[in-house]
Design a protein around this ligand. Structure first.
Ligand code: DGJ
Length: 694
């Protein structure tokens, strides 16, 4: 039984971990335990009690509350802050009852003792991946509006000394997914996005440890927020030896009018625990994201994307020429990027008018799509549905459809404005126009881009508080995308926001893949991919071989980097020599053979790029029978001499006998993992070696 009740506690157990909380003697809902699963129910601690610390800190300050509210004597960051119709801004929640939606889904029903505010706390377990999902639902059971000023998804409570280092991913456009590990000192550390997307700047992923966890060992608590709009993470260490991490919707510039009878559902915050280090934490997230999303993981085709080759200089003939070479290389999907639609000769026109430009495609897209099909590939297309150029028919017809304040200039970025997807008429327009495009053309893949962040987040004729736009916009994106996904179930979707500006677990409910960065330099990608892989699995990571680094790094090296994810090609194939095309064809054929292991296997980061520039990665299939090892050298004390790169494998069956390509003898898994092997590589060299259990 994954969920059991014992002595005023709820015990939530996954395969290896347990999360326990309960009602203390004062009736407060407090966390008791989050760690390795224990043999007996009575092994878990009882709910802690406290009468406070002198007259300055009440019990709420001293105890790990499951869902702290702003009310009473509370000074820590709360999950919930609200104002009732009579102006009272003090929220108290008392336990009413608990119910189970199913064997793995517990709901605790809480209620304000005076006001008609009900809060349901949801806990849903994914036992095989050691993952727990949490979210809150607020319900107004009265007759007057309740103003909700903050509604976070969850407070994750941790024993202080064991969780005083926070790992997170930060960056900027072209430079996403930098991994930071930093000690938490007294006070509140905040990460957030105010951009109406999850953002390049910070990713809604976290890991906590005591400062000594490594890739292979140590306790790690980790998690994600499943939301693609503005979000907030607050990590607070308290004077009472605890760490609390709160995560959810950003309350900056936020207010939600909770109407009588209305329910407000917070996004899912998911988290897990492992005692086996950061590598195991990533693998649990990967397994969860690969297996628990609404769409089953399919093997992604090798695609070609035309963007870096043509930019806006798109024509039917030019695309066909690229497609012919792509097909010769073994590419399976040809994707036409930006530049194909009405008036799109540069980035200052066309967004919003999702019809082929007649000067570029006088007979529509069909002739090109047929040509691509004849070449044995399927066809994909780039869209940026949320955007509009002022120079477009759509904007001329509906200038009020963008986010704006009537009294302020509308700030353009890349010459574009953001449609207000909170508006049902905008959602409907997009659903209709994109449905026409997708039903009139045989399209197998869509890259959904978003090339700017919000400004003037105004919604002049909003039905409620205009600040609800922060939530309604993202819900609008989800609604449009989900409707299209349901109508066109065979399309594969990619999320892109100028690279990795919207890479999150929420978008992965809609998108099969993510474009992690516009930076396609293989050296930069080694770092970006290492950061991306902390949270997201290889099958979601689209990786192109382009012409970046063409004169610095071999095509072999660049292919090996991209083969660590879902392989694509993005270079100008017309300029590739015969030798380069032959090399590419060889790698693409090889990738097709190993892609089930890379895309659906477990990833072991054997050596870190961040540590010394010489990373090694192992992908292992679920049976631990087939693996692929990638090793890269980018730095050496003496660039002229090979650097001995020593690698210890992980994840093999210790008693299994394994043969590694290029190595003379089969050895036990234990030997590969303890003694490992040494590969002599010079800077700029890489290796891909398959390993098989014999
Ligand atoms: C940004 C994307 O990340 C690129 O790959 C490309 O699609 C451009 N937008 C097109 O405008």
């Amino acid at each position: 039984m994954p969920i059991s009740v014992y002595n005023r506690t709820w015990i939530l157990e996954t395969e290896h971990s347990a999360y326990v909380f309960g009602l203390n003697r004062a009736g407060m809902l407090v966390n008791c335990f989050w760690g390795n699963r224990l043999p007996a129910r009575h092994d878990y601690p009882e709910p802690p009690d406290s009468s406070g610390w002198a007259s300055f800190d009440g019990p709420a300050q001293c105890l790990p509350e499951e869902y702290p509210c702003y009310g009473g004597m509370s000074y820590h960051e709360p999950c919930l802050k609200a104002c009732f119709a009579d102006g009272v801004r003090d929220v108290r929640l008392s336990f009413q009852s608990a119910s189970q939606a199913d064997a793995e889904h517990l709901v605790l029903h809480l209620h304000d003792p005076y006001y008609p505010l009900a809060v349901d706390l949801h806990y849903r377990l994914h036992p095989q991946c050691d993952i727990l999902e949490r979210w809150a639902e607020l319900r107004n059971e009265g007759n007057a509006i309740i103003q909700v000023e903050r509604a976070l998804s969850a407070a994750w409570q941790l024993p202080g000394p064991s969780a005083q280092r926070l790992s997170h991913l930060s960056g900027r456009w072209n430079d996403e997914f930098n991994l930071h590990r930093q000690p938490l000192t007294p006070g509140v550390f905040q990460l957030e996005s105010r951009r109406m997307s999850s953002s390049h700047q910070h990713n809604p992923w976290f890991a906590l440890d005591n400062g000594s966890a490594t890739e292979e060992s140590g306790q790690v608590w980790f998690g994600l927020l499943s939301w693609s709009g503005s979000w907030k993470l607050l990590a607070e260490t308290t004077p009472f030896s605890s760490t609390r991490l709160l995560i959810g919707l950003n309350d900056w510039d936020f207010c939600w009018q909770l109407h009588p009878g209305e329910t407000f559902t917070c996004p899912v915050s998911l988290a897990g625990y492992t005692q086996n280090g950061f590598g195991a934490a990533s693998r649990l997230l990967h397994t969860h994201l690969r297996t628990q999303l609404p769409h089953a993981p399919a093997l992604h085709k090798v695609l070609y994307n035309s963007w870096e080759a043509t930019l806006f200089d798109v024509s039917a003939e030019g695309q066909a020429k690229l497609a012919e070479i792509a097909a010769q290389l073994g590419v399976e999907r040809f994707v036409m990027d930006d530049g194909w639609f009405l008036g799109r000769h540069h980035d200052a026109a066309g967004l919003g008018d999702w019809k082929p430009d007649p000067t570029k495609f006088p007979h529509g897209l069909t002739p090109l799509i047929r040509r691509v099909h004849d070449l044995g590939m399927d066809f994909g297309l780039w869209l940026e549905p949320e955007m509009v150029n002022p120079n477009s028919d759509l904007y001329r017809a509906h200038p009020d459809w963008v986010l704006h304040y009537p009294t302020r200039p509308r700030t353009t970025a890349r010459n574009q404005l953001m449609l207000n997807l909170a508006r049902p008429d905008v959602q409907e327009y997009l659903i209709q126009s994109l449905s026409s495009l997708l039903s009139e053309n045989d399209i197998a893949f869509i890259k959904w881009d978003m090339n700017r962040n919000v400004s003037e987040a105004g919604w002049p004729d909003a039905p409620g508080d205009p600040r609800q736009v922060w939530v309604e916009y993202t819900r609008g994106v989800y609604h449009v995308w989900n409707t299209l996904r349901t109508r066109f179930p065979n399309i594969v979707w990619q999320s892109c926001s100028g690279g990795g500006g919207r890479a999150d677990a929420g978008i992965l409910h809609l998108a099969d893949q993510i474009w992690p960065s516009d930076n396609t330099s293989a050296l930069a990608r080694l770092r970006i991919q290492e950061g991306f892989s902390q949270a997201y699995p290889a099958n979601t990571m689209e990786a192109w071989v382009t012409d970046a680094d063409r004169h610095q790094l071999s095509l072999d090296f660049r292919f090996h980097v991209s083969m660590c994810g879902s392989l694509g090609i993005g270079g100008n194939l017309l300029a590739w020599s015969t030798a380069e095309r032959l090399t590419a064809a060889r790698h693409i054929a090889r990738y097709k053979a190993i892609r089930p292991i890379v895309q659906l296997g477990d990833l072991y980061r054997l050596r870190s790029f961040a540590a010394d520039g010489n990373p090694a990665l192992l992908y292992l299939d679920q049976d631990r029978a087939h693996g692929v090892l990638f090793a890269f050298c980018t730095r050496a004390d003496n660039p002229a001499a090979p650097t001995p790169i020593s690698i210890r494998l992980q994840g093999l069956l210790p008693d299994g006998l394994y043969m590694m390509e290029s190595q003379p003898l089969a050895r036990s898994g234990a030997s590969w993992m303890q003694q490992g092997l040494t590969l002599p590589l010079k800077p700029g060299e890489s290796l891909l070696l398959q390993i098989e259990r014999v």
